[in-house]
Design a protein around this ligand. Structure first.
Ligand code: G
Ligand code: G
Ligand code: MN
Ligand code: NA
Length: 253
């Protein structure tokens, strides 16, 4: 409860911030975008993981208000990079309640309008299980978001129970292969079969594939060989504060 009131009290402050993790093109290894990952600083200045924070924001309903602030911040950062000629795709995670119990379409629309960012570069990551929890409502929201020009990614793909029939009807542009399947590539035969199938499915549905949790050259080479378009993982870079990200990736040597 104390943590909850602290989370409420610090909305809109530096205590909430994004870390940025690079995503690279599978062929050129050029930076093509980032995933923004929430961090929250506690009163001792220690950084807390979203795995501990998001559940509290979700059950308390604070996620709506925090989420609106984060969407605004994301669009502001995206606009700033666009003004500086850094054409990066900006991926932002959207939780269950944010998608299903808030006016997400209006929130995103307002943020795009107020910041002037180019919505084509904004990607909203939604997990498979959230979509399957309420297919009708999710489809309605996703159509609204697509109409704004933003891209939709399915996060942690392969861990839930997606109906393929639904998947083909959804306005989804990107599939993110869960790192569980990347973990022991290229040794694990099951994971070879699974990743190949996911890539084939995605391409048949005209989606691009991002592999998460890429940690080794062997994983990277196998995934490139089966047609994965983008990589994200410690092999290419861990999530890091804005300053470090800009210094490492956006300044000329
Ligand atoms: O950065 P880390 O791997 O610890 O993030 C853990 C999980 O927390 C991610 O898989 C992601 O789904 C979730 N998460 C991270 N940042 C955000 C955010 O800004 N909003 C929401 N809703 N979830 C986030
Ligand atoms: O939204 P999602 O849950 O996919 O967020 C990605 C999470 O995965 C973040 O918590 C991030 O810190 C973590 N992550 C990113 N790259 C790697 C990686 O290469 N290996 C592992 N184990 N975790 C990673
Ligand atoms: Mn994600
Ligand atoms: Na994920």
């Amino acid at each position: 409860i104390q943590l909850e009131s602290e989370l409420r009290r610090t909305i809109g402050t530096h205590r909430y911030q994004f870390y940025y993790q690079p995503k690279v093109n599978a062929i050129t290894h050029d930076l093509c975008g980032i995933e923004a990952l929430l961090r929250w600083e506690d009163e001792n200045g220690e950084i807390q993981s979203p795995l501990d924070i998001i559940p509290i924001l979700e059950y308390s309903g604070l996620i709506i208000e925090v989420g609106e602030d984060l969407i605004q911040r994301a669009c502001r950062q995206l606009k700033q990079w666009q003004d500086d000629n850094h054409l990066l795709h900006f991926a932002l995670n959207i939780s269950a309640r944010q998608l299903l119990n808030s006016n997400i379409v209006e929130t995103v629309s307002k943020a795009i309008e107020e910041t002037g960012c180019d919505p084509q570069y904004l990607e909203l990551e939604i997990t498979e299980s959230v979509i399957m929890a309420d297919v009708k409502a999710a489809l309605d929201r996703l159509r609204g978001l697509e109409a704004l020009g933003v891209k939709i990614a399915i996060d942690d793909f392969g861990t839930g129970y997606s109906s393929l029939a639904y998947l083909s009807r959804f306005p989804v542009h990107i599939l993110k292969v869960d790192r569980e399947f990347v973990k022991d590539l290229p040794k694990n035969k099951d994971n070879i079969t699974i990743t190949r199938s996911i890539v084939e499915l995605a391409h048949n549905l005209e989606m691009i594939v991002v592999a998460e949790g890429v940690e080794t050259e062997a994983q990277e080479q196998f995934l490139a060989s089966i047609g994965v378009e983008e990589f994200q993982g410690y092999y290419f870079g861990a999530p890091m504060p804005l300053k470090d990200f800009e210094q490492q990736y956006l300044t000329l040597p």
